[in-house]
Write a protein that binds this ligand. Structure first.
Ligand code: ADP
Ligand code: ZN
Length: 435
């Protein structure tokens, strides 16, 4: 472990530490950020009212809209001279979200990533290829600083240029690949085309995140790359990747609780839910200087456990994130996440992990009907027609039994669905496809 004392800290001590940090953060925000002062005043809340961790539930929520309304520096609590970096979210609509960091914030960010890498077995003997995009997106620089902090040899390839990526991977004997799971699949596909057998290469570990991926996708990536693959979670608003990271127990991602205070809420009522319930993850920065955020509504759906992990760490774990509440669609009354569909598709032999969910008409998240478009391996296409019919029947049965509804399935030829070097987009409107 990178920081044995903190990572295995007795929960009582950890909670005491959290309370102290939380109180300091709330005081700092009340005195330094008009946005929070106004909200707290309107609620009749003073920093000294925060007497226990449970009192977090009385603090105001912060939303993506609040970031936009206060853009660019309205949530920043330090003088501009102390801000040494600004990152921004890949945000798809409206004004971007900016995140400010002091030197110390960058150090804590690097720590949280380094703890994660160290937790899966990566050491300073490892060569880490960072194939997350570099730039405003937090993936590249976040993983870069974390791996460097651990003393690894870092190769900052960024995403894209996959052939060169593979050449460097082979020549420099990369042991650890970090990128989005979708890009890991592109790397695997390109390697196959070039006749490179990655299972025979130096690659040992993969740390993938920035988008939802299913357990079946994990197995697929592990088999194709010959590695052990782990999940990393984070978001620009709170810091970037490394907020939570999986350990070798593969039993959820440890949230670094000395930096973040997590809650799970009912997304409709805002009420805090008990341990184990599935709901929306809400996070509070308790160790950040430049831009601590109170009760950020992530829209990410998960659950949390405080049970000590098999790895010895005491920090809480969140379950794999199936999607954001805004990715969820409701078809014929049933709530469906793309990653659920992904998981089912990958149980059927002959199906490739490349799919799209095509929606005809959509009213908010309610859709009349969806079409699941999925690629089928070369073999199925060159085989008899009967092979395709059999795959389609199996998919129909598997989707219907898992989701309880019938969806349209369209099998398509290899390499016909768009690939993503960064985050993938699984749900598309038919009109966007020009159909
Ligand atoms: P954007 O909001 O524009 O996508 P970010 O890059 O900050 O910007 O993305 C953060 C979001 O990415 C998270 O809120 C979450 O929805 C998703 N995400 C990040 N890591 C994971 C992961 N390991 N599993 C599932 N979703 C993830
Ligand atoms: Zn663990």
């Amino acid at each position: 472990m990178l920081d044995n004392k903190i990572e295995t800290m007795d929960r009582k001590d950890l909670e005491e530490l959290q309370l102290k940090k939380l109180q300091a953060t709330v005081t700092r925000l009340y005195n330094g950020v008009t946005f929070y002062k106004n909200h707290m005043d309107a609620m009749g809340l003073k920093p000294e009212h925060i007497k226990s961790l449970k009192d977090v539930a009385n603090l105001p929520f912060t939303t993506k809209e609040d970031f936009r309304d206060t853009y660019p520096y309205g949530l920043c609590s330090v003088p501009k001279s102390e801000v040494v970096r600004i990152q921004s979210s890949s945000g798809t609509t409206g004004k971007p979200i900016v995140s400010c960091y002091t030197k110390n914030d960058l150090d804590l960010w690097a720590n949280s990533v380094a703890r994660g890498l160290s937790g899966i077995g990566v050491t300073n003997d490892d060569t880490v290829q960072v194939a997350f995009g570099y730039g405003l997106f937090t993936g590249g620089l976040g993983l870069h600083d974390g791996a460097q902090k651990l003393g690894c040899t870092v190769i900052p390839t960024s995403s894209g240029n996959t052939r060169k990526q593979l050449m460097l991977m082979m020549d420099l004997k990369t042991t650890t690949l970090v990128c989005t799971p979708s890009y890991a699949l592109i790397i695997a596909e390109t390697a196959k085309e070039l006749g490179i057998d990655l299972t025979q290469s130096s690659l040992k570990y993969g740390m993938f995140g920035a988008e939802p991926w299913s357990t079946n996708m994990r197995t697929d990536i592990e088999n194709k790359l010959g590695i052990k693959a782990y999940n990393i979670y984070g978001l620009t608003e709170m810091q970037g990747p490394g907020v939570a990271v999986e350990c070798t127990a593969k039993a959820g991602m440890h949230i670094w609780e000395d930096y973040f205070y997590p809650e799970i809420i009912n997304p409709e009522t805002g009420e805090v839910l008990p341990e184990g319930s599935v709901g929306e993850l809400v996070l509070t920065n308790i160790a950040r200087e430049a831009q601590p955020v109170l009760r950020y509504r992530t829209h990410d759906i998960t659950s949390i456990t405080y049970e000590k992990c098999a790895c010895g760490r005491t920090h809480a774990r969140i379950a794999q994130i199936n999607g954001r509440s805004d990715d969820m669609i409701k078809v014929k009354g049933v709530k469906v996440f793309p990653s659920q569909i992904e998981s089912i598709l990958l149980t059927v032999p002959g199906v490739e992990p490349q799919y799209q969910i095509v929606v005809d008409r959509r009213d908010g998240f309610v859709c009349d009907n969806i079409e699941v478009r999925v690629e089928v391996g070369e073999a199925a296409f060159t085989d008899r027609m009967a092979g395709l019919v059999e795959i389609k029947n199996k998919l129909n049965a598997a989707l219907q039994s898992a989701l309880g509804i019938k969806v349209d399935i369209k099998l398509v030829e290899p390499h016909t669905i768009s690939r993503f070097e960064g985050k993938s987009k699984r749900i598309v409107n038919r009109s966007e496809l020009g159909e």
